[in-house]
Write a protein that binds this ligand. Structure first.
Ligand SMILES: [Fe+2]
Ligand SMILES: [Fe+2]
Length: 320
């Protein structure tokens, strides 16, 4: 763990312990019913609490971007506090994805040209990559992020198609839906590799193997992490239940959409390789969302055409 994260990690361990205490009761009671080892689950959650918080700059930027009183200069100033973050945001703004004719050299200018929501999205992406890089387990984090960006793009497109009020939430939920896998890999690299090997050996989903190894799967641990990062509730629910959308009570739309977007990435060769099998078409999710098969095909085609853009963004983020 980098030195800068150590202090944050200590306070995180304490606050996450508080944060998860209530949730743990619910999880543990569910596991008792399922007959799983509750002590192992508790230990797993405590250890995940050693992960760093997202940098405070992210919270400030997210708040400022949602405040109608904030100007482009104010938002740019918040981002500029973290030089490496503002450099990454500018690299993303100048990537082929946006296709600006002239180079954009200041964050306030980028905010004016792209809008607050788009810049908020870029800051979240850059911060997530920055905070969750590192580790040398051999797990292919590049593939994971390619898959996450692809899920984010498909979910955002789907949210626009469905005229959801906050299509950017589709991007956020998609980007972070598998964050629990990164958490496992950072905290328990050997055990996570064991879960991946088990999934491949059994030709099963890695979430089933995670349950065997950790007693809890990446959606559940990712949901707790999202709560700790103060992500909005719909995002947390989408992360937690993206493989079990019928359990989502308050944000079923976004959760179903995240699960569907996740599935589509496998259809276009951008799935996540820790799984030992391919997911099936989530028919109930498409039906719950009211999407026709033509609309699902359209989302798949959009994703297929976005492959170069995703690789381009990945290259920019990977060059940190
Ligand atoms: Fe997943
Ligand atoms: Fe996924």
């Amino acid at each position: 763990m980098e030195a800068g994260y150590r202090l944050a990690a200590i306070s995180l361990a304490i606050s996450l312990a508080h944060c998860v205490a209530g949730k743990l009761g619910v999880l543990v009671s569910r596991r008792v019913i399922l007959g799983l080892d509750t002590i192992r689950i508790e230990e797993t959650i405590k250890r995940i609490g050693q992960l760093p918080t997202l940098p405070t700059v992210l919270g400030k930027v997210l708040d400022a971007a949602g405040d109608p009183e904030t100007s482009a200069v104010d938002l740019g100033r918040h981002i500029a506090v973290d030089q490496s973050l503002s450099a990454t945001v500018l690299r993303l703004v100048n990537s082929a994805y946006y296709g600006f004719y002239r180079e954009i050299t200041s964050v306030p200018r980028a905010v004016v040209l792209l809008g607050f929501r788009e810049v908020r999205k870029l800051v979240l992406t850059a911060t997530a990559f920055q905070s969750l890089s590192g580790g040398d387990s051999g797990y292919d984090r590049v593939q994971l992020w390619r898959h996450s960006l692809a899920t984010a793009m498909a979910a955002e497109r789907g949210a626009r198609m469905l005229a959801m009020p906050l299509p950017g939430d589709g991007f956020t939920a998609g980007l972070l839906h598998d964050v629990g896998k990164v958490a496992f890999d950072l905290v328990y690299p050997e055990q996570f590799q064991r879960a991946v090997s088990l999934a491949h050996k059994n030709r099963s989903f890695v979430r089933d193997a995670e349950r065997e190894v950790f007693g809890i799967h990446h959606g559940e641990i990712g949901g707790l992490l999202g709560e700790h990062w103060n992500m909005p509730e719909p995002i947390v629910e989408s992360i937690r239940f993206h493989h079990e959308p019928s359990l989502s009570l308050k944000s079923a739309g976004l959760t179903n959409l995240t699960g569907l977007a996740d599935y589509l990435t496998y259809q276009v060769g951008m799935g996540e390789p820790s799984n030992g099998c391919e997911p099936e078409y989530p028919e109930t999710s498409a039906a719950a969302l009211g999407l026709t098969s033509e609309q699902v095909d359209e989302l798949r085609n959009h994703l297929e055409q976005s492959a170069d853009t995703i690789n381009d963004l990945l290259g920019v983020l990977g060059s940190r």
